[in-house]
Ligand binder design. Structure first.
Ligand SMILES: Nc1ncnc2c1ncn2[C@@H]1O[C@H](COP(=O)(O)OP(=O)(O)OP(=O)(O)O)[C@@H](O)[C@H]1O
Length: 632
């Protein structure tokens, strides 16, 4: 017996906790929506509230006027009844006329709120979220979910905010209907009608809110499904998928991924909607029946005449119809808030990930003179780094990049060359050790200003579907109109003919998606990326980094590039990464990276004479080329 009492108490306290959690959740949602609405401007919000209030009252005015007209018709005052009818119809007309105004105002609210959210989102992703954080699966999910919302521009936080305001029209209508029932059929009937409306409405919206949470939790599975769908439908992978004979495999994979994503959702939908739907429908039916019976009782008792009775019945029906989904609010509020939550969660995870990092100590007064740093040596001082906190990619790395000299970085696949560049450019911070510029730790330099010192072409450079002009000048975007500079660097990179042969010259978009666009070959894209880096140097970058700059060039292109190497790197600190040993020999210094550490370092002749790893790899590659040349 005491055990049973204990069990009942535990169940009751569990239920209370759930109720209080839900109440807390509702308060949080209301605060969030109010916060979002504050971004839309007072004028816009006030006009929208007014429009919804008026639109929400019109069905009640219509109902009252019609009831009065009916009453007057029965009592044979036909001429006055016509005026009431006309007033009712005017209310109906006004409601219709207000609909586009409500839509327009709502759209304006959504646009203002979304503009704020989008700016906050992109601003955060671009400037506050370190690359390392962006690559974490948990962050990537939040990022993709927030991205998803802004991509469709449909169920965004802005839509949630305007959807919340649209509820005003519904609640105005409900309040009016309850008053009408109270006046015409008495307080008990009104109470019954209000009970029906509130209970069924709560049932609907609570179930839908819970459903929204399930949708949010399914984000990782949705991301995987979207990725496979993108592979199957975009032109990006079309070539490979067809040549690899992967059509059936991708098809099956997509089916499996979407099943894995949708089936749990379907199950949760049954759980979320099943029982509540039955319970609330029964409650609604019972309440409506009781209210209608009360009204019918008045009619039968002869205490009410036709007009008020008609109004009472319509009032009760209006209340009963409150238990449906509000298309103008519910979906927008639930999914739009999901997008807002994803954005907030994304910011939270990013901030948590960077919380422990050493903060830059620079203040407005002690910002170092970056122009002076151009002539300083860059030193890697015992730098270690790992992506996952377990497997080090760079280990106790120590070497120097002397100002104005060229350094070649060589090493086998996965030795850590690209990672080193990311650490050098400040995209990642070392776990241990320091990168010093002159005597200043990179951590103490303003990251944006430091990055502006760099002209980097990554191995996996991006092919921007923008104009030729933008593709080149984006490395020094304030010089977008420097046509002479763009043309000069295109020519140095071996693309002298490109502009003349393009339909809109420098303004030709590099995409097949537009009529005046054109596509480039792999080698031409690589030359374009090189031109971009050279343009940055032209406009002040002092460190040139080229990661496998000739990987996609033909033999002549590669030879031309290395003939130009000395000229390209003159006056700047440069670092070139390449697997082609014959080419890197022109660099002032060669650093051989092995397992994330410096294995050897020196000039080509010294390293060959030393007979170490470099000499072995160089002679292996040289003899292979010699054999190939002999055969030819
Ligand atoms: N973003 C990343 N997240 C996790 N691990 C990574 C990431 N990028 C690289 N790695 C890992 O770090 C190691 C070094 O990669 P890195 O790209 O620096 O090598 P690399 O010397 O440039 O190789 P390659 O010659 O093939 O370009 C590899 O084992 C790779 O798997």
């Amino acid at each position: 017996m005491p055990e049973q009492t204990h069990g009942a108490r535990a169940r009751a306290s569990g239920r209370l906790r759930r109720i209080s959690d839900r109440a807390g959740e509702r308060r949080r949602a209301a605060r969030q929506l109010a916060g979002l609405l504050s971004r839309a401007g007072r004028g816009a919000v006030a006009s929208t509230i007014l429009a919804h209030l008026v639109a929400g009252s019109m069905p009640i005015v219509f109902l009252v006027c019609l009831g009065r007209a009916l009453q007057l018709l029965v009592s044979e005052s036909g001429s006055i009844a016509v005026w009431w009818l006309a007033a009712g119809l005017s209310a109906f007309l006004l409601q219709q006329l207000l609909a586009p105004v409500q839509l327009l105002l709502s759209e304006m609210i959504a646009r203002q709120v979304d503009r704020y959210c989008l700016r906050r989102f992109t601003g955060f992703a671009l400037t506050r979220a370190p690359l390392r954080t962006l690559e974490r699966p948990a962050v990537a999910d939040r990022l993709s979910q927030a991205n998803e919302a802004f991509e469709q521009m449909a169920l965004t936080p802005g839509a949630a905010a305007e959807g919340a305001l649209a509820l005003i029209a519904r609640y105005t209508q409900l309040a009016g209907a309850v008053v009408v029932v109270a006046v015409t059929a008495g307080p008990w009937a009104a109470l019954g009608a209000a009970f029906v409306a509130v209970v069924t409405r709560r049932g609907q919206s609570a179930a839908f809110n819970r459903w929204g949470k399930h949708v949010r939790l399914a984000a990782p599975a949705r991301r995987r499904t979207a990725y496979v769908r993108d592979l199957a439908t975009s032109t990006r992978a079309a070539k490979e998928i067809r040549t690899l004979g992967l059509i059936d495999w991708i098809d099956d994979r997509y089916a499996a991924e979407s099943r894995g994503h949708l089936e749990p959702l379907w199950r949760s939908r049954r759980a979320v909607y099943g029982r509540p739907f039955v319970v609330y429908t029964l409650l609604g039916l019972a309440g409506t029946a009781a209210a209608l019976l009360a009204v019918a009782g008045l009619g039968a008792g002869g205490t009410a005449s036709v007009g008020p009775l008609a109004m009472a019945v319509q009032g009760v029906v209006l209340c009963a119809r409150f238990g449906v989904m509000f298309s103008e609010s519910d979906t927008k509020m639930v999914y739009g808030r999901n997008a807002w939550e994803a954005l907030l969660e994304f910011e939270r995870v990013c901030l948590a990930a960077t919380a422990g990092e050493r903060r830059r100590r620079t203040t407005a007064e002690n910002v170092p003179d970056l122009a002076a740093l151009r002539s300083r040596t860059i030193t890697f001082d015992g730098v270690s780094f790992s992506y996952d906190g377990r497997r080090p990619v760079l280990r106790d790395l120590g070497f120097q990049l002397s100002a104005g000299t060229s350094t070649a970085l060589v090493g086998v696949n996965g030795a850590g060359k690209t990672t080193l560049v990311k650490v050098l450019t400040g995209l990642y911070r070392p776990d241990e050790g320091r990168v010093l510029v002159g005597g200043t730790d990179l951590v103490d330099l303003p990251p944006e200003a430091w990055r502006r010192q760099f002209a980097v072409t990554f191995q996996d450079f991006v092919r921007y579907e923008l104009t030729i002009r933008e593709n080149v000048a984006m490395s020094a975007i304030t010089h977008l109109d420097d046509d002479a500079g763009i043309l000069a660097e295109l020519s140095r990179a071996g693309l002298g003919e490109l502009v003349a042969s393009s339909p809109s010259g420098l303004d030709t978009p590099l995409t097949r998606a537009t009529a005046d666009g054109r596509e480039l070959s792999g080698g031409q894209w690589q030359r374009l990326a090189l031109a971009r880096s050279l343009f940055a140097v032209r406009h002040g970058a002092s460190v040139l980094v080229l990661d496998e700059p000739t990987a996609q060039l033909d033999a002549r292109g590669e030879a031309e590039f290395y003939d130009m190497f000395l000229e390209l790197t003159r006056g700047v600190t440069s670092m070139i990464i390449s697997h082609r040993f014959s080419s890197v020999r022109r660099a002032d210094r060669i650093v051989v990276l092995d397992g994330g550490s410096v294995a050897e370092c020196g000039g080509h002749d010294d390293l060959v004479a030393a007979g170490g790893e470099y000499a072995r790899l160089f002679s292996a590659q040289a003899s292979r080329f010699a054999r190939a040349g002999g055969k030819a």
